[in-house]
Write a protein that binds this ligand. Structure first.
Ligand code: TXA
Ligand code: MG
Length: 319
């Protein structure tokens, strides 16, 4: 069953039931070695699933749960291999959404739930996205409207001496360090050719990818605008249909047939909410190439927005 969380929609199953979890992998077409996040409704439930929980992890739960922060902890044996992709750790989070929490409480079970998209597609931020990817492949969906955050939770590995952020999200490195001191960044390794170095299995797959090719253009806003104009000129006589994902600032000075603003470059929360639906929108318009204005602020959730676009992008141009 698909349900809303504050970040993106999830596709949930009893995390302790192997068959149910297998069905989730199957519905998404997800590789079996990419483990799922287990959603809990209480710290008590978390303690039943994890072992040797460090003090720092409790501090983060206290501060950020319920909320968009996933903790990687040593797993208890009751958590099956299929849920953790065979790892001896488990990813746990308490979502900040009344429907999600209600579902976990009513079922009395921890819910393993990846984002409710087909594997490799942008995560769903409303019920319609789930329907377009998974209609006929899942039993039910609870429509809770559009999500609050728009990008998936921050994932942090708490099993290391110095915890490591494996995926950026709304809870930033600075906010985490204010609670527990220094942490490292683990996600910049994601394109490392040595698979032994990839700690979060999800990071090695191409993600958030629309059907169109994506080019991210980073730099000051006016330079990005100039480059987009040049690229549009280059493509104007060709057969390639170009779509633009812009900021409010650049969309005021660009007039192109297929363009969409994700919000102000200085308000990355707005960009986060609109990012995945923007990618899906341009795909539906059947563009071949998407140029993304990357001149937005990387403060706070801006880091996560940039990370997701980088993962969707075939190339990045810095101007
Ligand atoms: O906001 C979210 O986290 C959403 C909502 C539905 O809660 N869920 C989500 O799940 O984004 P998913 O499956 O799309 O992403 C889970 C990420 C993957 O990158 C996966 O590799 C990583 O978490 N992960 C899960 N278990 C792990 C583990 N034991 N060790 C390292 N990484 C793990
Ligand atoms: Mg996902």
């Amino acid at each position: 069953m698909a349900f809303p969380t504050e970040t993106v929609y999830g596709l949930g199953a009893n995390a302790l039931d192997k068959e149910a979890v297998r069905a989730v992998f199957q519905a998404k077409g997800r590789p079996a070695d990419n483990p799922l996040i287990v959603h809990v409704a209480s710290k008590q439930q978390c303690c039943e699933l994890a072992l040797n929980i460090p003090e720092k992890a409790f501090s983060l739960m206290e501060k950020f749960w319920p909320g968009p922060l996933t903790l990687i902890l040593e797993r208890q044996v009751i958590v099956p291999d299929v849920t953790t992709g065979g790892l001896d750790t488990v990813a746990l989070r308490m979502p900040d959404n009344a429907i999600a929490i209600g579902l976990i409480r009513e079922s009395g079970k921890p819910l393993a739930a990846p984002s409710a998209n087909l594997s490799g597609k942008p995560s769903p931020t409303n019920a319609q996205h789930v329907i377009s990817d998974l209609f006929g492949r899942i039993d039910a969906i609870i429509d809770g409207g559009t999500v609050d955050v728009g990008v998936e939770s921050t994932v942090i590995d708490m099993t290391l001496e110095i915890p490591s952020i494996l995926r950026p999200g709304r809870i930033s490195q600075e906010e985490i360090e204010r609670e527990i001191g220094s942490v490292t960044i683990g996600y910049e390794d994601e394109d490392c050719p040595d698979p032994g170095i990839i700690r979060s299995p999800g990071m090695k797959y191409r993600h958030y990818a629309p059907d169109a090719a994506v080019i991210l253009i980073e730099g000051e806003n006016d330079r990005v605008v100039r480059r987009i104009h040049e690229m549009l000129d280059d493509h104007s006589r060709g057969k390639i249909k170009v779509g633009l994902l812009l900021t409010d600032e650049s969309s005021m000075v660009i007039a192109h047939e297929e363009q969409l603003s994700l919000g102000s470059k200085d308000r990355p929360e707005e960009l986060a909410i609109n990012l995945f639906s923007g990618l899906r929108y341009l795909d539906a318009r059947e563009v071949d190439l998407i140029l993304v204005d990357g001149s937005f602020s990387h403060e706070g959730i801006g880091e996560a927005v940039s990370n997701r676009i980088r993962k969707a992008a075939g190339s990045i141009i810095v101007v």
